[in-house]
Design a protein around this ligand. Structure first.
Ligand code: 5GP
Ligand code: MG
Length: 187
């Protein structure tokens, strides 16, 4: 018997579904395939470093689609807007469990906005002597970039709107929606 999918309805905060669950799933397949191709000849495991909390669902789906040998790890950072941190300021709140030195690393991030977070992480990991570093972001807001960051794998480009679902939150809500939804602009 086919499983019944229950899609939570939009609430009063959410204006429309931007990317539905099937489209997300197909795109994550494609990204996993590209990553598999790139690293298929690696003798050692690739270390995936997810940026908490927003990347946790993307990480879960992407890592389960990979056929290459890999290790899942996480970091937590705080960026502007949280606890009054200044714009552009990024702080490491929780480090990886793995020692990244001499390993091939793939950063897994929910969304590329100004680029401050990824630019900070790439710089930090390079200074630790990684063998190579690449980045996979689920969403990209090209209009918002302030810093040039090399990103090898991008799920979807989206306009400059606040989105939630598939790991992304608004005040810790909506992370578990199976789709990406756009919020009404805050008044
Ligand atoms: P950046 O350092 O690139 O400016 O910021 C990236 C971070 O901003 C993301 O990891 C995410 O936490 C947050 N962010 C940016 N745009 C959105 C959005 O539309 N929705 C949510 N939930 N978070 C966002
Ligand atoms: Mg994030």
């Amino acid at each position: 018997m086919a499983p019944t999918l229950s899609i939570p309805p939009l609430t009063k905060d959410l204006s429309r579904i931007l990317i539905d669950a099937d489209t997300i799933s197909r795109r994550v397949d494609e990204l996993a395939h590209k990553i598999d191709e790139k690293y298929k000849d690696l003798d050692e495991p690739l270390i995936l470093v997810g940026v908490l909390k927003g990347s946790f669902i993307f990480m879960a789906d992407l890592s389960r689609k990979l056929t290459i040998k890999h290790i899942v790890d996480f970091i937590a950072i705080s960026s502007y807007g949280e606890k009054g941190d200044k714009r552009g300021e990024v702080r490491l709140l929780m480090d990886t469990r793995e020692n990244l030195a001499d390993h091939h690393v793939l950063i897994v991030e929910d969304i590329l906005d100004s680029g401050n977070t990824l630019s900070y992480l790439i710089k930090t990991f390079k200074s630790r002597g990684v063998k190579s570093i690449e980045t996979a972001v689920f969403l990209d807001k090209p209009e918002r970039h302030e810093i040039d960051v090399p990103v090898e794998y991008v799920g979807f480009e989206i306009p400059d709107v606040w989105v939630v679902g598939y790991g992304l939150d608004y005040k810790e809500q909506y992370r578990t929606l199976p789709y990406i939804a756009e919020m009404y602009p805050k008044k």
